[in-house]
Design a protein around this ligand. Structure first.
Ligand code: ADP
Length: 162
């Protein structure tokens, strides 16, 4: 079965990667769909976010990386994905995620959303937390794949020069 895993991935964390691995175990094929959000300026370009994910997932078979604008349900349909995969870190994620799942269901009655609970040791991880730590020169090697750690280092090194 094919699952769509949509998100900003700005940047990919080990929490995202864990969800991709477990999603792959459960469903076989995973399409990772990187959101191109015109209302938000990302830290990493769409192209770079896709590259970061491709590099981190190249050992996992059945993974495809793509981008999308607009409705997640339309993206899922165009890739023939039967379900949308999302992660739950804490109760605070739940309210928002449930609202999105209901919205998507109202737009497409055939679309299921499946939530996977994060590994406890990844439950504190978010792209924004990782960026906050990297900005102040903290250790991030246990939070993100190697390439992302390098990219974050370069990003904030550039910023600190200004
Ligand atoms: P969005 O802007 O769509 O929330 P994110 O890239 O922040 O995009 O997250 C994409 C998905 O990955 C969401 O379902 C989120 O709950 C999940 N996720 C984020 N961080 C983690 C983590 N540490 N462990 C597992 N899932 C996570």
């Amino acid at each position: 079965m094919k699952a769509l895993y949509p998100g900003s991935f700005d940047p990919l964390t080990l929490g995202h990667l864990d969800l991709i691995r477990r999603g792959h175990e459960l469903f076989g094929e995973i399409v990772i769909a990187v959101l191109e959000n015109p209302t938000k300026v990302p830290s990493f370009s769409l192209k770079r976010r896709i590259y970061q994910i491709e590099q981190a997932t190249k050992e996992i078979p059945g993974v495809e990386v793509t981008s999308f604008k607009g409705l997640t349900v339309e993206c899922a349909k165009s890739h023939k994905a039967k379900l949308i995969l999302r992660g739950l870190r804490a109760m605070s994620d739940f309210e928002y995620e449930l609202q999105i799942a209901h919205t998507n269901r109202s737009l497409n009655q055939n679309m299921e959303t499946v939530f996977l609970a994060t590994e406890t040791h990844h439950s504190f991880l978010s792209s924004s937390v990782v960026k906050e730590v990297a900005r102040f020169g903290g250790k991030i090697s246990h939070m993100v794949p190697d390439l992302v750690a390098k990219d974050l280092y370069n990003l904030y090194q550039e910023n600190n020069k200004v």
